[in-house]
Design a protein around this ligand. Structure first.
Ligand code: PXP
Length: 247
């Protein structure tokens, strides 16, 4: 079964644009849980553009499913993670000017700084996932850094899948994710996937060996405007696991 992690950042985005106390990401997380979400992800950005510090604490206290805390590998965020004690941390690159997380972490170039930070998080009892491109060197470096999981950045894959209507080409493109996932599995890493996944492409993850988790935000929150959050989550969970939805 592919687990579904729901990223509720954009519920907070809607709240922050008007400075009102609603909609509440905690209420959203509870509905996601009722819809069958396996975990909840939130990203506390350095600029606090959506999720706020209090949200992270409130989420941890309110939800029964695991919390995946997405963060940059900074001292400030490590301190917050050690206070909140989420189930897992996903380390992501962060640029102030970007609209969303635009690429994977440079785990090869930053191995020296990342290694002790990952060790500290793990020593605190938090699982560590690294958001990387589906690239052999990045996967090998992640294993050497002692990560528990890698989350493959699926942004490029999603764009390429949308740009072709040829099933043969879509199968080939998905083969690249399988290659990455098989290598990660061989090196003892769990394979997670995220970024740009939606109701027209997520079902393809059923073709990827060892795909364990999909982390999806924008598409689910967008659909929830029309269907409600619980139903949007239920539909995605079904798409990810029901062989009838296999392309
Ligand atoms: N996973 C990670 C590590 C991310 O940074 C994001 C984007 O915030 C997501 C998953 C979710 O991406 P999307 O909102 O495109 O579903």
């Amino acid at each position: 079964m592919i687990r579904l992690g729901v990223n509720i950042d954009h519920v907070a985005t809607v709240r922050q644009v008007r400075g009102e106390p609603y909609p509440d990401p905690v209420q959203a997380a509870v509905l996601c849980e009722l819809g069958g979400a396996d975990n909840i992800t939130c990203h506390l950005r350095e600029d606090r553009r959506h999720i706020q510090d209090r949200d992270v604490h409130a989420l941890k206290d309110s939800i029964k499913i695991p919390l995946n805390f997405e963060m940059a590998a900074t001292e400030e965020m490590i301190r917050i993670a050690q206070q909140v004690m989420p189930h897992a941390v996903t380390l992501v690159p962060e640029k102030r000017e970007e609209r969303t997380t635009e690429g994977g972490l440079d785990v090869v170039g930053h191995a020296k700084e990342l290694k002790p930070k990952i060790a500290r998080l793990k020593d605190s009892g938090i699982l560590v996932s690294l958001f990387i491109e589906p690239d052999d060197r990045a996967i090998e470096a992640s294993a050497a850094l002692g990560a528990d999981a890698v989350e493959f950045h699926t942004g490029t894959w999603c764009h390429e899948m949308a740009a072709t209507r040829l099933t043969r080409q879509q199968v080939e493109l998905t083969g690249r994710l399988t290659h990455a996932s098989v290598l990660a599995h061989r090196l003892g890493l769990q394979s997670h996937f995220g970024h740009g996944l939606n109701y027209t492409n997520a079902m393809w993850l059923q073709h990827v060996d060892h795909a364990e988790e999909a982390n999806i935000g924008h598409a689910i929150v967008a659909r929830a405007i029309f269907t409600g959050l619980k139903e949007a989550v239920m539909t995605m969970k079904e798409l990810l696991n029901d062989p009838r939805h296999r392309p």
